[in-house]
Ligand binder design. Structure first.
Ligand code: AMP
Ligand code: GLY
Length: 422
C-alpha cells in the first residue's frame, strides 16, 4: 500500500520512518517532507503546500493512496480532512469541527465543562477590560491563553496580576480577540495520546515533554526540546483514570455535537501531587517530539492501526504490542531558537548515529546539493532506547555527540525527572 504523510517536522519523519518498516507499505510520500524523508528508503518528498487541499486530493486520487495521515494542526483546523473525505480518500485525522478541540481553547473549555472533564477553572473573554478585571478578582498565579492556534506562543503563565494583565494586552495586540483566563495548576505534566475511530479509542504509551528551552525547565517555551516514554508518572491506575474521566467523556461530548472524531486526541495533562489528572489542553494530532519516543517502542504496524481507526474498526483490533524498555529523545536546535536563528548550516554525523543503532528524526533539515543542512529551529531529534532510563539516556547522549552543526544547542538534562525519581 501507499501512504501519504502531510507535514515536514520530526513527527512526520517519525511517522514515515515507522510506515516504511512495514512489509505491507511499498511507498511513503511526504508533502512536503524534509531533508530526512527525502532519503529514507521507500520514501519520497513531493514539493506541495500543506494547504493545497485540491492538489493533495488529486495526487492521492491518481496515485491510489490507501491512507493519508495529517501531522500538523493547521491543515486539520482548516478542514483538510473534510476536503479529502468528500472525495472518498481514506484519511486519519479529525474534521474541522473536531479540530476545534485544539484550534479554539474557548470551545474546548466549554466542551470540557459540559462533559465534566477535570480541567483548570476558567472563563472565556472577548473583551480585554473584562478579562483584566476578572484577573484582578482571581489574583495570581493565573494563566492567560489565546483562543486560536499560536504555535505554542499563546500561553502566559503569570506570577503576578500585572504580568497577567500585560499578557492580555500583548495577546490582544497580536490580534487575538478571544482569550481564556484560567486557574494556574500545579503538578507534573504528562502527554497522553488516544487513537480514536469515532467510537472506540486506544491509548498509546504516556510520554513527558520538556517544553522550556533551558536546563532545569527555565527560559522560553518551545515546541519541545526532548521527551521520554513510557513516563513512569503515567501508571496503569492513572491511565485508567484518564480513560474514564478524560477521554471517554470528551469523545461522548463530541458525538453529542455530531462529531465523529477519528484521529489522535492528545490530552496535555497536569498531574497533581495526589495523582489527580486535569486537562491543560487538548491537541488534535500527534505530539512533536513525543511521537519520536512512542513510535520506536510500538511493535504493532502503524498503518494497520491507523487504517482500523479510519474504517471504524478499532474495537476488534488486536491489543497494541510494545517493545520492552524505554526511549529518550533529545532535540538539537539552532542557536537562538525559539527566537531568531540562522539556517543553511552543514550537518554531519547522521550516518554515525544510525550505525550505533540510534535514530535521527530529522525536522528542520533540507538537502542542498548532496549535503544535509539546517532549515529550521528544531533541526533534529536523536532517540535511543535501552532496558531502563539510565541506559536509554546514556545511549541517546552518546549518539547525539556524533552530530554536529554550527550553533547546535541541546538540553543536557532530558529525562532528568525520571533519574531523580528512580
Ligand atoms: P498549552 O498550549 O495550553 O499546553 O500551554 C502551554 C504550557 O503552558 C503547558 O504545557 C503548561 O506548561 C503551561 N500551562 C498551560 N495551562 C496551564 C495552567 N492552567 N496551569 C499551569 N500551567 C499551564
Ligand atoms: N509536544 C508538544 C506538542 O506537540 O504540542
Amino acid at each position: 500500500m501507499k501512504v501519504l504523510v502531510v507535514g515536514n517536522g520530526g513527527r512526520e519523519y517519525a511517522l514515515a520512518w515507522k510506515f516504511v518498516q512495514s512489509p505491507k507499505v511499498n511507498r511513503v510520500i511526504c508533502i512536503p517532507g524534509n531533508g530526512g524523508t527525502a532519503t529514507l528508503e521507500k520514501c519520497q518528498n513531493l514539493p506541495m503546500r500543506v494547504d493545497d487541499f485540491d492538489g493533495i486530493a488529486r495526487f492521492a486520487g491518481v496515485q491510489g493512496i490507501s491512507l493519508v495521515v495529517v501531522g500538523p494542526e493547521d491543515p486539520l483546523a482548516e478542514g483538510i480532512v473534510d476536503y479529502l473525505q468528500a472525495q472518498n480518500i481514506p484519511v486519519f485525522g479529525p474534521t474541522q469541527a473536531g479540530a476545534q478541540i485544539e484550534s479554539s481553547k474557548g470551545w474546548a473549555k466549554t466542551l470540557m465543562e459540559e462533559a465534566d472533564v477535570p480541567t483548570a477553572k476558567g472563563k472565556v473573554f472577548t473583551d480585554s477590560d473584562q478579562a483584566k478585571s476578572y484577573i484582578k478578582q482571581q489574583l495570581a498565579p493565573i494563566v492567560v491563553k489565546a483562543d486560536g492556534l499560536a504555535a505554542g506562543k499563546g500561553v502566559i503563565v503569570a506570577k503576578t496580576v500585572a504580568e497577567a494583565q500585560a499578557g492580555v494586552d500583548q495577546l490582544w495586540e497580536q490580534g487575538f480577540s478571544k482569550l481564556v483566563v484560567e486557574e494556574c495548576l500545579q503538578g507534573e505534566e504528562l502527554s497522553v495520546f488516544a487513537l480514536c475511530d469515532g467510537e472506540s479509542f486506544r491509548l498509546l504509551l504516556p510520554a513527558q515533554d520538556h517544553k522550556r528551552v533551558g536546563e532545569g525547565d527555565t527560559g522560553a517555551n518551545t515546541g519541545g526540546m526532548g521527551t521520554y516514554a513510557p513516563a513512569p508518572l503515567g501508571t496503569p491506575e492513572l491511565l485508567q483514570r484518564v480513560e474514564r474521566e478524560v477521554i471517554a467523556p470528551t469523545l461522548a461530548a463530541l458525538q453529542k455535537r455530531g462529531i465523529r472524531y477519528c484521529g489522535v486526541l492528545y490530552a496535555g495533562l497536569m498531574v497533581a501531587a495526589d495523582g489527580t489528572p486535569k486537562v491543560l489542553e487538548f491537541n488534535c494530532r500527534f505530539g512533536d517530539p513525543e511521537t519520536q519516543v512512542i513510535l520506536p517502542l510500538l511493535e504493532t504496524p502503524l498503518e494497520q492501526l491507523l487504517l482500523a481507526c479510519v474504517q471504524g474498526k478499532l474495537e476488534s483490533f488486536p491489543a497494541l504490542a510494545w517493545q520492552e524498555g524505554c526511549a529518550v529523545c533529545v532535540v538539537a536546535a539552532s542557536e537562538g531558537y525559539p527566537g531568531k536563528y540562522e539556517k543553511g548550516k552543514e550537518i554531519t554525523g547522521v550516518a554515525d548515529v544510525e550505525e550505533m543503532g540510534a535514530m535521527v528524526f530529522q525536522a528542520g533539515t533540507r538537502k542542498k546539493g548532496g549535503q544535509l543542512v539546517t532549515d529550521g529551529g528544531r533541526v533534529l531529534g536523536v532517540t535511543a532506547t535501552g532496558p531502563n532510563f539510565e541506559s536509554a539516556i546514556a545511549n541517546t547522549y552518546k549518539a547525539l555527540n556524533k552530530i554536529n552543526f554550527e550553533g547546535m544547542y541541546f538540553r543536557q538534562d532530558i529525562a532528568h525527572r525520571v533519574r531523580q525519581n528512580t
